[in-house]
Design a protein around this ligand. Structure first.
Ligand code: ARG
Length: 548
């Protein structure tokens, strides 16, 4: 019989007592409540295809998105001085790194797809994993993807129509955003390989873009020092880097949020640990290469902005990168930078779609949403899409070989991917992004906090659990303290919004009862009614949230 327990030799061996309670009953049985064959549902994880490079590009590909090209304004203007802004970029980076290192330990100890969903279920009980999944599937993943898509649209329009065109109808931006979403979805539905190959490509593209910004900044600085001091920005010439630093803690907090958005996405590889070929080796390697690289790249890019642009432009412009390009190379520079930022956002959209599809898939696998979403391919019964391997080579075969894995499979959870993109599209249309960003910040940090607290709990309750990677205990403690501060600060600063977020999370509790609790009592009967109820209440929740 097939079960995750036997595939990973993890469930029953390591959590013997919790196997009846902590939510793995659905996986442990060969049939879902809806009668689909689970063998196929596990085939994504059985079919391991992700390498170290893929892991790296999924993390870096999502982290480097829009933030580094547009957040500097809110960082600089809030903390008040270039020196303090660099401090914020360093702190935000280190904080992301502590979180990612903690997640690397969790991912090694619990090597399954799903990220926080499986960690919370294992450690606190299935309800916690369910609430995370509820928020992640309905808001966190599609909401953040919509933000990235909209910024993609804005920059493409800017590149086409001209850098300072401000009077473009938002619907044009949104239309382009939809087009980007459509392409990314098509790529990721076609094959896993195609999704990861494009992630790899965009990772290099982004690094190249940031490197170009850094080199341009250095050239301007060196040339300015050597020949003509006037080309240097006023910021660079003032001797005091910390002059004007703000002393208001709330301004520092707002700057920190902006920095954290730019570093967010460090948990992206954790969603697909189950598909990694060598998770215990490659997950920590992925984290400890990608985070320092991104921190370095961000600090250098910010230094370049400071070298080239006067503070008032950095503070005021939401499109620092385009202003940078304009100062260095004129109109061609702004065009190049607008294209770079759109490419970067497209890559981030690709990386988040790849993993969001997997998260929805594993929610289906757990029975949280209709099990149609836990199938591979397009129809409930086409779980594997095997490509014909014709002996005579033709051009078509070359392409299909290129997008399939060694055995000729191109596995991808198409229904899950489509659901995620559909919800993302709704957010792009509805798009009130201030609400969405606040929601995103509070809810995501709440769940990061819980998962990392879970790491500490797990150290105490399961000391014998095999941990291929164990982080320094100070790491999760620091992360917990800071993220708790961030969440509670948001609660005090914007109590109404915080209550909305908490209410939305709490709305998952009755759903949990319908989808999971009842099933636990009366195994097979809970299916059909729950399906439609789940979907309807999901949609109501979505529209409430959009209306907010
Ligand atoms: N860091 C990304 C950016 O700068 C945003 C990542 C959003 N996070 C996520 N989990 N989708 O655009």
């Amino acid at each position: 019989s097939y079960s995750v327990s036997s595939a990973f030799d993890f469930n029953s061996a390591l959590f013997p007592l919790s196997s009846s309670g902590a939510g793995y009953t659905a996986i442990g049985t060969p049939q879902t409540p809806h009668g689909f064959d689970l063998r196929a549902q596990q085939s994504l994880e059985k079919h391991k295809s992700l390498t170290y490079l893929n892991g790296l590009s999924l993390v870096i590909g999502l982290i480097i998105g829009s933030g580094i090209f547009s957040s500097p304004a809110s960082v600089n203007s809030n903390v008040g001085s270039p020196g303090a802004a660099l401090v914020i970029w360093a702190i935000a980076g280190l904080l992301a790194w502590t979180g990612a290192a903690s997640y690397a330990e969790l991912g090694g100890a619990i090597p399954l797809n799903g990220g926080a969903q499986v960690y919370l279920s294992k450690i606190f009980g299935e309800w916690a994993g369910f609430l995370f999944t509820w928020c992640a599937v309905t808001v966190l993943k599609p909401g953040s993807a919509a933000i990235i898509a909209i910024i993609f649209g804005e920059y493409v329009v800017r590149a086409v129509i001209g850098a300072d065109s401000t009077d473009v109808s938002p619907w044009i931006n949104k239309g382009v955003a939809m087009l980007g979403l459509f392409f990314v979805t098509a790529l990721n539905c076609t094959s896993t390989k195609l999704g990861t190959r494009s992630a790899d490509f965009f990772m290099f593209f982004k690094f190249f873009g940031l490197l170009a910004i850094t080199i341009a900044g250095i050239i301007v600085a060196v040339a300015g020092l050597a020949y003509n001091k006037d080309t240097l920005s006023t910021t660079w010439k003032t001797t005091s880097w910390f002059e004007g630093t703000s002393t208001s803690s709330s301004q520092w907090a707002v700057a920190l949020y902006a920095g954290l958005w730019a570093y967010d996405g460090w948990d992206n590889t954790n969603y697909v640990v189950g598909e990694m070929i060598h998770p215990s080796r490659d997950l920590p390697r992925t984290i400890h290469t990608s985070l320092p690289l991104v921190i370095l790249a961000y600090l250098l890019a910010n230094l370049s902005y400071i070298f080239v642009l006067p503070s008032d432009i950095i503070n005021a412009s939401n499109t620092v990168a385009v202003a940078f390009g304009h100062t260095v190379l004129g109109p061609i520079g702004s065009l190049l930078l607008a294209l770079t930022v759109s490419g970067s956002c497209f890559g981030a959209l690709n990386a988040t779609t790849f993993t969001a599809g997997r998260l929805v898939y594993s929610a289906g696998k757990e029975g949280y949403i209709p099990s149609l979403f836990a199938t591979i391919g397009l129809s409930p019964n086409s779980h594997q899409m095997r490509l014909p391997r014709r002996p005579n080579s033709s051009r078509g075969k070359k392409f299909t070989d290129w997008i399939a894995d060694e055995q000729g499979f191109f596995y991808t959870p198409i229904p899950a991917m489509l659901l995620n993109s559909l919800i993302t599209a709704l957010y792009i249309i509805a798009g009130d992004f201030t609400t969405l960003t606040t929601f995103y910040g509070v809810a995501s940090y709440l769940f990061y906090f819980l998962a990392v607290v879970g790491l500490i709990v797990l150290r105490v309750t399961e000391p014998e659990l095999e941990r291929p990677y164990k982080c320094w205990i100070v790491t999760p403690v620091v992360f917990c303290c800071v993220s708790l501060f961030l969440v509670s600060r948001a609660v005090f600063a914007t109590p109404v919004q915080a209550v909305v977020v908490l209410a939305f999370i709490a709305a998952g509790i009755p759903l949990y009862w319908l989808r999971v609790g009842r099933r636990k009592n009366r195994r097979r009967k809970a299916g059909a009614g729950g399906d439609s109820f789940g979907l309807i209440s999901g949609l109501i929740g979505l529209s409430l949230c959009a209306a907010q």
